[in-house]
Design a protein around this ligand. Structure first.
Ligand code: M6R
Length: 609
């Protein structure tokens, strides 16, 4: 949800900032802009559209500035347009601000600024308020003015500020939106996320909530809300810069689909010892704790929520404890039954999704134990949890989540198995069988990935459809939701998922001659029931693609086309069955000419409510 980058040093600020913004475009991409100190003034250049438009706009300007801030936007207040793009400036253009998040009381502040300071607003954004507020409070100290402005602002945000009066510094603030500072040699940076800085620095400070960071060329100082300096340990980034590059794939999404065997292996290897026992390494979940919990709440959004649906199935089955799964944006507004006997599991790839974070805080305030499943080390969700179960997917850049989902599923299986084992309610043979099955998943996934061309051929026949239904039972129902979300978010096809047995209670009315139905039938125990559901839609003219395990050839009698996955235990099939659906969505979207990695209206990290 918007990306910000700031640079101060001896290098060319414009080039460094634009390069960093390109790495953050996944966070928002409807407009972009920079503010640099040039010829004793703050110059702002901004434009609607992708960063390529900004590059085109400034290509002949020959900026040589050594300090500046930049922004790539996902619009919240005011439609994408040149004037609503960031940075925003005060009236005499001496101060410029970039902002990620929302200022909730901006209308009240705007009225106050107009009434008391005769401010003339140029844009429809909440951000512009910040620039004017800082300006109103500015005497001779930018940091002081920023503090005073922030005191008046409510909401969740990160901001970066530069001023023509103090061109030797950048001031930035974090409140509930991600912000890091990069520590270079004779140069320093701010950014919303690590990939923006990887080309230049490996040492970073993770800025905490309500902290202000002041960067000069040779120094980075962090202050708390009381303006006291705080010391922060340096966080060393160990992952490879290449991990955030496309490496020859046409899109990050395809690269990330192919990285799933590796991500799953990594996630397993980090948690399994040589004997297949699950290591919690620092996570505190004793037998006493587990016996105390009378309920598990899994809360997440989007794809992570879909991982939670499978999590419910497997935790209830193995650990014999009731599990509720909720979308984070609903959870906190409905007085959920959560107390100190609740284990609250937050799932989030980014660890910055505001809805998930807010739900986590709500559960924490009611005494629940917080265990999070997160991909980004040091993210807000990770930092605010009692314990973190990391997914080792590596950086996920495409807006459409793929490898995060399958590694989240792995964590769900491991958590369920750990609980069952610790509570001594699973037979050793069954436990070992699960671990064996999980270890075999990466190899089985490779056989699915080798069928990519077949799925592409199928996509050629399907990409013009305008409506698709996904159906399944048990864990397949959960995967249907994920397959459907994947397709709709990148291809814009109207796609809908429903538990197969629920079709007949209304939705079947929409099935007509030629309607495309993707039927997941990977559960041996439910296979015949699924065949009946397929017959029901076939009888109404549906064109059916069946998805089944390779031994269940009967699917061919009921389906127009079939996708097979390798044999596996019913319970772990979601780890396999989702992958052909990801590939199908990818190619359908590609054939429709969509912008796969940056679908319209979306952003990778949703840091607004
Ligand atoms: O970073 P998170 O896992 O918390 O993100 C949650 C959702 O916003 C995310 O999964 C979203 O649904 C993706 N676009 C799905 O592909």
């Amino acid at each position: 949800m918007c990306g910000i980058v700031g640079y101060i040093g001896d290098g060319n600020a414009t080039e460094i900032i634009i390069d960093g913004l390109k790495k953050l475009e996944y966070r928002g991409y409807d407009s972009s802009g920079i503010a640099v100190y040039e010829d004793h003034k703050i110059l702002v250049e901004k434009v609607k559209g992708r960063i390529a438009n900004l590059e085109e706009k400034i290509k002949d300007k020959k900026f040589t500035s050594h300090v500046g801030i930049g922004h790539t936007r996902w619009a919240t207040h005011g439609a994408p347009s040149d004037v609503n793009s960031h940075p925003h400036s005060n009236m005499d253009n001496s101060i410029a601000v970039v902002h990620n998040g929302i200022i909730e009381n901006y209308i009240e502040l705007k009225e106050w600024l107009i009434k008391n300071h005769n401010i003339v607003f140029r844009s429809e954004t909440d951000t512009e308020v910040i620039a004017h507020l800082i300006s109103v409070f500015y005497e001779d100290d930018l940091t002081d003015a920023v503090y005073k402005a922030v005191e008046k602002m409510r909401g969740a945000y990160a901001i970066g500020v530069v001023s023509a009066n103090e061109p030797d510094k950048i001031v930035a603030v974090r409140r509930d939106a991600p912000l890091i500072a990069g520590l270079g040699d004779g140069c320093n940076f701010i950014a919303s996320d690590i990939p923006a800085l990887l080309k230049h620095v490996r040492k970073i400070y993770l800025i905490e909530n309500n902290e202000t960071v002041v960067l000069t060329k040779n120094d980075v100082k962090i202050y708390n809300a009381d303006r006291e300096e705080v010391k922060r340990d340096v966080f060393n980034v160990t992952w490879d810069a290449d991990a955030a590059e496309k490496e020859g794939y046409d899109h990050f999404m395809l690269k990330e689909i192919h990285e799933q065997p590796k991500g799953i292996s990594e996630t397993l290897n980090r948690r399994l010892d040589e004997d297949g026992m699950i290591k919690l390494d620092g996570i505190k979940l004793s037998k006493n704790d587990l016996e105390k919990f009378n309920k598990v709440y899994i809360v997440a959004c989007g794809t992570a929520y879909h991982a939670g649906l499978v999590g419910k199935f497997i935790i209830e089955k193995l650990a014999k404890i009731p599990v509720e799964v909720d979308v984070a944006s609903e959870f906190r507004y409905r007085d959920p039954f959560v107390d100190e006997n609740t284990l609250f599991i937050a799932i989030s790839q980014s660890g910055e999704t505001l809805d998930t974070l807010a739900a986590l805080r709500e559960a924490k305030s009611k005494g629940a134990r917080i265990l999070s499943v997160v991909n980004v080390v040091g993210s807000s969700v990770a930092r605010e949890s009692d314990d973190v179960f990391y997914t080792w997917a590596g950086p996920e850049i495409a807006v459409a989540s793929t490898k995060a989902y399958t590694t989240q599923l792995v964590c769900m299986y491991l958590i369920a198995l750990y609980m069952a084992k610790t509570k001594e309610i699973i037979e050793k043979e069954l436990y070992d069988k699960y671990i064996e099955e999980l270890k075999e998943i990466p190899e089985k996934l490779n056989t699915i990935l080798n069928k990519e061309q077949d799925i592409y051929e199928m996509a050629k026949d399907l990409y013009k459809r305008e409506q698709v239904f996904f159906i399944g039972r048990g864990p397949d129902a959960g995967v249907s939701y994920e397959g459907s979300l994947k397709l709709k978010e990148i291809s814009y096809i109207n796609s809908f998922a429903i538990a197969a047995g629920e079709l007949k209670h209304g939705t079947i009315a929409l099935i007509e001659q030629g309607t495309l139905v993707i039927a997941l039938a990977t559960q041996d125990k439910l296979f015949e029931k699924m065949l009946s559901n397929i017959q029901e839609v076939k009888a109404r003219g549906a064109y059916v693609i069946g998805l089944a395990k390779e031994n269940n050839k009967d699917i061919e009698t009921q389906s127009d086309r079939v996708i097979y996955i390798p044999q596996c235990m019913d319970e772990v099939s979601p780890l396999l069955s989702v992958v052909p659906l990801q590939i199908l969505a990818y190619y359908i979207s590609k054939l429709r000419g969509c912008d796969i990695d940056k679908p319209k209206n979306l952003a990778k990290s949703v840091t607004v409510e």
